[in-house]
Write a protein that binds this ligand. Sequence first.
Ligand code: TXA
Ligand code: MG
Length: 321
Amino acid sequence: MAEILKFSCKSIEKAVNILKKGGVIAFPTETVYGLGANGLNPDAVIKIFEIKKRPFFDPIILHVGRKEDIQKLWSKTNKKAEKLIEKFWPGPLTIILPKTDIVPYIVTAGLDTVAIRMPSHPVALEILKKIDFPVAAPSANIFGRLSPTEAKHVQEQIGDKIELIIDGGKCPVGIESTVIDLTEEKGIILRPGGISKEEIEKIIGKVEIIRKNEKISSPGQLPFHYSPRTPLKILNEYKEIKDGIKAGLLAFKEPKYKEKFVKIEILSEKGDLKEAARNFFSCLHNLDSAGLDIIYAEPVPEEGIGMAIMDRLYKAETKKF
Ligand code: TXA
Ligand code: MG
């Protein structure tokens, strides 16, 4: 199993050395734990795909520790990107623009664009500031499964395939970054996430958002994703609950009916969407390991970061119901 080390000078040094040698590490970001490798070294990046069992058509985000690093990685930028970087970096916003020649096609899955973000988590930033290459990092889970927001989630899923996990505690945002494509004049949100559409529109005006089942240019939009192994159903009315099965509930707030469930996880007792996002994947991991027949999930309001939570729930929902 992987060694789990807390944040310290020693653990950062160890992580940096592994990355410099072309190895792979798991580290915390403010959104979810990432599985990182040298993003300019194709042999290192291939290891990420193998560990995650990720299809090669799914491009990876490059993480930088300094805003200037984008100059080497994007061949073009624009006013909208500059404004968003100024406002939201470091933070949970990933921007897509045309790539330069130094970015390997294995990172971009053959696309001529590359997705970049500067994370705000102190562990991620500390590592990135100590190296002179970007870190390619998807979420540190098996492809399609629940994203990890605690070190133990990483250990459970891929601990036998990596050397080191840096433990930074629970990820404070808890949901992946928002991915926005700025290659065309109008910005297009490919994946809702930690920064809401409303927050983005305050800075650059109207943007589009790709709804589920529309054109898939970001595989994070594949209809199955972020899934627990237990069947999951979004619960619109309590009368949908089947009798005689071991059911669990992912509740938004304190639930009205408790007696039908053998396990209940509450996202936010006070109904706060940011708190709900922070707890979302942890609660799902807990329900998924409870030996249930089904997980019912209450919908949350689709506003602010609630849009990102509902996006994950639609994709986690088992389609055969
Ligand atoms: O919060 C996050 O973004 C986390 C942490 C670790 O930074 N990372 C993450 O990576 O969620 P991943 O690989 O699980 O999701 C990246 C998403 C995928 O849906 C991918 O298809 C999309 O970004 N993406 C990456 N590069 C792209 C590109 N050039 N064009 C379109 N979509 C792209
Ligand atoms: Mg992912």
